[in-house]
Design a protein around this ligand. Structure first.
Ligand code: CMX
Length: 434
């Protein structure tokens, strides 16, 4: 069955569960909120619903109930390749089912018609000053395509209906996801490779097409497939996913929502962390005269950093309390393909010493590495050495999960977001200070 038909069936089966919860259990309490949480970025407040992924503090992310090792094992892979099709990950995120080869081929056929960018998007990218940050370029290119939105057109013609609103949203998502790869690679080659963009090849799967448009040989296609899959979703409360959901909750279309998602990713506390981590590691390599890293020198370097009151980049997490399985998946790739890479040796050496140092320091709730401790070093190894671009890669991957969530938001009629604010005076009153 084609993806859209499978999805339609799933949505029909799922809606009564939401209706029952709201009708019969709508007043059931889920959580309480403290003043600390209100000032503290709403950390941990249970107030969002998503069925696409769940972040278990011990196990890490589960996509539709599957752990990362399970997803990597179960999803179909292109012949002779190590990493699964991103088309298959999209199918899984949307439906909760592991797709067959045929299902993946259907999604690939849909994507293959839609990689080409409208000329005006290229014109817009080219008209921006070349030193514009690639994330700003990315966001501008996506929002510029809003005129293509079928969702908006349906709304504008007065035909948007609660029961079918997910359908034009789905069509918009299918239009946009392949173009995310094309925009990313276009920006890369225009900005960093002497303005030599490479046209998409519709015969290729998503990861291979991206590698082709980046102009990077195998196994960068596997790197791309893995990278996009690992970054595709991380529940819906992180800044990028939440921003996309929030903007779409006002019935904005996917172009506005994904452009805003990109803006959300651009901050150093979120998507920019991967480039910051690699920058720090390479600074350390320079400080240590590019010597082969030993446990002793790495430990001293990390301890000195802590003594100066700084955080160790790539370690710790707001929710996770174990080594991020996304880190482990990348580590396995690096051990196989680039064990002698010096940057990887530093990354690997830090993994051996930093957790104990952080545990001994006693502050960080999670002393283990997160995804960002690893991703930059693999990109660097395959020639993507422009730090600024790394968050664009994250944007392409994250769009798979964010757009899946938004399709389901429309399917189950998630409402416009409108939490309530209080003033500091009111909080002092509640606290009994006044
Ligand atoms: N190095 C040193 N100290 C750290 C630390 C680290 N890597 N991680 C946490 N701590 C410290 C915090 O600074 C905090 O200290 P204060 O009480 O003095 O403020 C204390 O430990 C408690 O923090 P926490 O509750 O464990 O962590 P948070 O939820 O507040 O912050 C994070 C999480 C990721 C911002 C933090 O661990 C950090 O700054 N890590 C380094 C930067 C990084 O790797 N960012 C990428 C995040 C990836 C992602 O979010 O996906």
């Amino acid at each position: 069955m084609a993806l859209k038909d499978v999805l339609a069936k799933k949505i029909d089966e799922f809606r009564p569960r939401v209706v029952k919860l709201l009708k019969e259990y709508g007043d059931t309490k889920v959580d309480e909120v403290t003043i600390k949480q209100m000032y503290g970025g709403m950390r941990g407040i249970k107030c969002l619903v998503t069925d696409i992924s769940y972040l278990d503090p011990q196990e890490g992310i589960r996509f539709r109930g599957y752990t990362i090792p399970e997803v990597l094992e179960k999803l179909p892979k292109p012949a002779g390749k190590e990493e699964p099709y991103d088309e298959g990950q999209f199918y899984l995120l949307l439906t909760g089912d592991i797709p067959t080869e045929e299902d993946v081929a259907d999604v690939q056929a849909e994507f293959s018609k839609r990689y080409e960018l409208p000329q005006y998007v290229i014109d817009i990218l080219r008209s921006l000053p070349r030193d514009t940050h690639p994330m700003s370029m990315f966001s501008a290119a996506v929002v510029a395509m809003q005129r293509e939105s079928k969702f908006f057109k349906t709304y504008d013609e007065g035909k948007l209906d609660k029961m079918t609103a997910w359908e034009p949203m789905y069509e918009d998502v299918l239009d946009l996801l392949p173009k995310m790869a094309t925009i990313g690679a276009y920006i890369y080659r225009m900005k960093y490779k002497n303005d030599t963009p490479i046209a998409p090849d519709p015969k290729l799967d998503y990861g291979s097409n991206f590698a082709h448009m980046m102009g990077i040989d195998e196994p960068y296609d596997d790197v791309a497939r893995l990278y996009f899959l690992l970054h595709s979703d991380h529940e819906s409360g992180n800044v990028s996913a939440h921003t996309g959901h929030l903007v779409a909750s006002g019935l904005a279309d996917i172009y506005y929502a994904v452009s805003a998602m990109i803006d959300g990713l651009a901050g150093p506390l979120h998507g920019l962390a991967n480039q910051e981590t690699l920058k720090w590691i390479q600074g350390m390599m320079k400080d240590l005269n590019y010597q082969e890293p030993t446990r002793e020198v790495l430990a001293k370097y990390a301890k000195d950093l802590l003594a100066r009151g700084q955080v160790i980049p790539g370690y710790g997490h707001a929710v996770l309390r174990q080594t991020d399985p996304r880190y482990m998946a990348q580590r396995e790739f690096a051990l196989k393909h680039m064990p002698d890479d010096l940057t990887f040796k530093y990354v690997s050496g830090l993994f051996e010493v930093v957790p104990d140092i952080l545990k001994a320091a006693g502050k960080a709730k999670n002393p283990w590495p997160n995804v960002d401790a690893h991703s930059g070093c693999i990109q660097w190894h395959y020639g993507v050495q422009e730090y600024d671009f790394y968050t664009c890669l994250f944007s392409i991957g994250r769009a798979f999960g964010v757009t899946s969530n938004i399709i389901w938001d429309r399917a189950v009629g998630q409402a416009i977001e409108r939490p309530k604010s209080l003033t500091t005076d009111m909080l002092e009153e509640i606290a009994g200070i006044k």
